[in-house]
Design a protein around this ligand. Sequence first.
Ligand code: AMP
Length: 420
Amino acid sequence: MAGMTAPKGTFDILPPDSARFLAVRDTLTAPLRRAGYGYIEAPAFEATEVFSRGVGESTDVVTKEMYTFTDRGGRSLTLRPELTAGLMRAFIEHRLYDGALPVKLWSVGSAFRYERPQAGRYRHFTQVDCEALGVDDPALDAEVVALGVQGFRDLGLTDFELLLTSLGDATDRPAYREKLVAHLAKLDLDEETRQRAQINPLRVLDDKRPEVQAQLDDAPLMVDHLSDSTRAHYDAVRQHLTDLGVRWTEAPRLVRGLDYYTKTTFEFVHHGLGAQSAIGGGGRYDGLSAALGGPDLSGIGYAVGVDRTLLAVAAEGLDIGTTAAVQAFVVPLGAEAKRLAVRLVGQLREAGVAADTVYGDRGLKGAMKAADRSGASHVLVVGERDLAEGVGQLKDLRTGEQTAVPVADLFDTVRAAVGS
Ligand code: AMP
């Protein structure tokens, strides 16, 4: 059989790079944990209609990108293309709204989209998700946005930008949409774009082609057609963001690939990433709960792409997640020393010291190479002659200093040396 490879558009995350991936993932979720968000885990697949109803029938995600299959019981299931719809399904199913509101949740996990693979765009990727459900309060919008910003700041990222707008709500959007459709109908657009203008006119505003953009200069914008209440909501969000020290750029043409957004809508972009510059995005989705058969409750949240954030971290040359995994490395020479090494490593690990040793007969040279590769600051060599004298040789690799340590003191001495 020919060698097997990972499916197109997917990749394996291998050590040592995987340490960086974990560090990014955990740093992005830390602000949520600190802010009282509870961890939720929903399945990686759902009934297909959770997404077709939740994400929106006319979106690219639903029409072109879902991994949908029929299981052996004849059910139509879909691998989640994003996390929000499934979390909302769980929120409704378990009546979490019966408790205190808002319900604040976070999650992290795989998402799947059948997209054209390119740098930063994959068919399997990881998202960190934040959701605050059941309360329509601009201060909550600001909290959610600020938590997203905090994750990037904690990673040390600086070259990112928050794009912000309001997409109106169920009362002011239809009237605006009509105006936009009428405007777009007067333009010189190709047939496909004309059709899109009918189905999803906001998407046309986001068309990157210069010949389309050139015609959009005086297209009506949602932010200029907000009702008094959505305008007041948006003003309050911006006031709170200012108070929280969060800067943003007004992005009146920002549209998102998922249909459920209302009012506050935002995207985080990174300037070192080329075409796939969005590292996260989100907004308010006041119609989603009802669309999924739940009560008419509001929600706001975001999804941040871990893989793309990792690319952003690399683009800024940040050193993250590269701390040595192993502190102490034991090199035994001979059978008796081997027993001592295995026992000592076990004891050190039990005491919380990251310790390792060699396996297989590698000889002193190979073992020292392994010790070096492990990143350990201290190496303990236990040779046959040392053992006969009742000592081991502890070497501090940073200073080169070596000391003979009595066997009975090895555990305490190594532990003290690595500072645990
Ligand atoms: P979205 O749900 O499309 O707003 O995506 C939220 C975030 O997930 C984006 O800002 C990206 O960082 C990430 N993301 C979305 N699609 C992909 C993909 N195909 N590959 C990698 N990351 C993605």
